[in-house]
Design a protein around this ligand. Structure first.
Ligand code: UT7
Length: 325
């Protein structure tokens, strides 16, 4: 077995910045409530010419350039997403083709935890020697799957993409993954109308719906156990961390979770939700890039990733932060 690490990170943030005031032109809410309850000030929505596959491809090209890996060296492309508009075919083969690769490519559906799931698969492939380089992409276009008048979701979700190249390394760069699921809470974050309704007319466009308070009651406590499990598996304690990069679900969840895992003040905490909203499977790599860009964290720093969401599904691991564009 060899070691695996993230060799390069690239992201794509859509051009258009959307303020809370703009959201509240149709949503019965206000800027103060949104900031107080979620931490969000702005988010980005993709325009007509910014597709899910296009955003994923650009983030991937940037990650490959940083890693110094060419598309034809890739052994697998994994896209984590819940908002590719088709169940079939998956988005990953189309992304691979745009990159100039004919390698194995498939999508992972694990809600907001998708990126950390895909990272675990990539790490296992590289460590086993099955593949040398694996591309992992988290991408969402949630603005297409929201009811802009729904007070539970319209202000929270957003669009973007982040990608990493996983490859061989001299030391462990991706620790063992603590992961799991709780299907008894499947109803908490779901899609309506469900495909189970039969042959629809196509008139009803599905949207994501969420019992936010139920997630709020669960995540800061259940994810503290997952954090401890990931740290234990990596053989380190919270004091050894440089950065904490949880899924950017809600700033208050991040703050409560940080307290619950007794994170020392010295550990930098990702707060990309303030500028980017909740971008589901893209949020962890986007938050990683924001910390590296701002200087809050550096390549080579030790970080704890934790992601959770629809399923309910969750995954977390200790990683060494990659170089970025
Ligand atoms: O990424 C996948 C996982 N998802 C998450 O992690 C999301 C987790 N949940 C959350 O982020 C929060 O639950 C929300 C931000 C979605 C909602 O915050 P909350 O503190 O749970 O609000 P609430 O639903 O308990 O509502 C509190 C109050 C209610 O009014 P009363 O009954 O106290 O008078 C609501 O009617 O706020 C009202 N309210 C709103 N007011 C203005 C609910 N939604 C809104 C709104 N604007 N959008």
């Amino acid at each position: 077995m060899t070691h695996a690490a993230m060799l390069g990170l690239g992201v794509y943030r859509p051009e258009r910045v959307v303020t809370n005031d703009e959201i509240c032109e149709v949503l019965d809410s206000n800027d103060e409530w949104i900031q107080t309850r979620s931490g969000i000030k702005t988010r980005r929505f993709a325009g007509e010419d910014e597709t899910l596959i296009g955003m994923a491809t650009t983030a991937a090209e940037r990650a490959l350039a940083v890693a110094g890996v060419s598309a034809d060296q890739l052994g697998c492309v994994i896209v984590a997403t819940s908002t590719h508009p088709e169940h079939t075919p998956a988005s990953a083969p189309q992304v691979a083709t745009r990159l100039g690769s004919t390698t194995a490519a498939f999508d992972v559906s694990a809600g907001c935890a998708g990126f950390c799931h895909a990272l675990n698969l990539a790490s296992a492939m590289v460590r086993s020697g099955a593949e040398k380089y694996v591309l992992v992409i988290g991408v969402e276009q949630l603005s297409r799957f929201m009811d802009p008048t729904d007070r539970g979701t319209a202000f929270i979700f957003a669009d973007g993409a982040g990608a990493v190249v996983v490859g061989p390394a001299d030391a462990t760069g991706i620790g063992p993954t603590a992961w799991g699921s709780d299907g008894s809470q499947a109803h908490v974050i779901n899609q309506t109308p469900s495909c189970l309704g039969g042959h629809g007319s196509g008139a009803d466009h599905p949207v994501v719906q969420m019992e936010g308070t139920a997630v709020f009651r669960w995540a800061p406590f259940a994810m503290a156990d997952v954090a401890h499990e990931a740290l234990r598996a990596a053989g380190i304690s919270v004091d050894d961390l440089d950065a904490f990069i949880p899924h950017q679900a809600n700033l208050r969840i991040t703050q409560t979770l940080s307290r619950n895992i007794k994170l020392p003040e010295s550990v930098a905490v990702a707060t990309d939700i303030v500028d980017s909203g909740n971008t589901s499977a893209a949020s962890v790599p986007l938050a990683m890039e924001a910390m590296l860009r701002s200087g809050e964290a550096e390549a080579g720093d030790v970080a704890l990733l934790i992601a959770f969401g629809a399923g309910l599904s969750y995954a977390g691991q200790v990683v060494t932060l990659p170089p970025h564009e």
